[in-house]
Design a protein around this ligand. Sequence first.
Ligand SMILES: [Zn+2]
Length: 240
Amino acid sequence: MKELQMGVNDFIVRLIFPPKCIFCSELIDRRSEIEICEKCFSKIPFVTDQKVFIKKFMRGVEPDSMWLDNITCICEYKGIIKEAIIKYKYFGKYSYHRAFAFLMAKKLEVIKNSSEHDIIISVPLHKKREKVRGYNQSFLISSKLSKITGIPERSLVLERMRYTNTQSLLHRDERYLNVKDAFKVNNEKEVENKVVLLIDDVVTMGYTLNECSKALKKAGAAKVHALVIAAAVSNIEESS
Ligand SMILES: [Zn+2]
């Protein structure tokens, strides 16, 4: 893995546009690798026990229909992270992808065997939704993460075939049917025997990640490890 440091281009951009904290808009040091001030960083609800989280949000998936090999969540979907993700997804704050990618890169540094990932793929949006939003929030993060880590980005090989409703508006059973068989790999050679790092912003029930993983595995991927910014565990408890 490359060192977590910004390139010359990033530094020049920062000379012209001084970086601000994505949470509180305070100006921060130009040399800071992450656009989050120290005060806000200390308020991020980082997940400390991954195992508890995985158990909670994957409990709706039967063990024999589990296609994911592993999942790592960086934060809980609450507080300042929840506010930032909502602004990022729905209020055009696409520049936040840099801070999210750095949070992921830092997490990868501490995950064992993270250097074993061959390619990075983000959860695809349907073209129609991407057109409305103007960008795919997970793709921006995975592209930046690829630049930071040097792991090749291959998101375009995974496609969302059906236009699906927003998962957060649906009940548990509807969520599963909503994304079932919704994804397809369009170039199997790109994923054959590869260890895939699958990127998404928020995980709720894990169905979307699991269905993406299913498509990747059926196309020959050796392993799929999901990495997400935030896990909405409280949503699961509310909807279960
Ligand atoms: Zn701040």
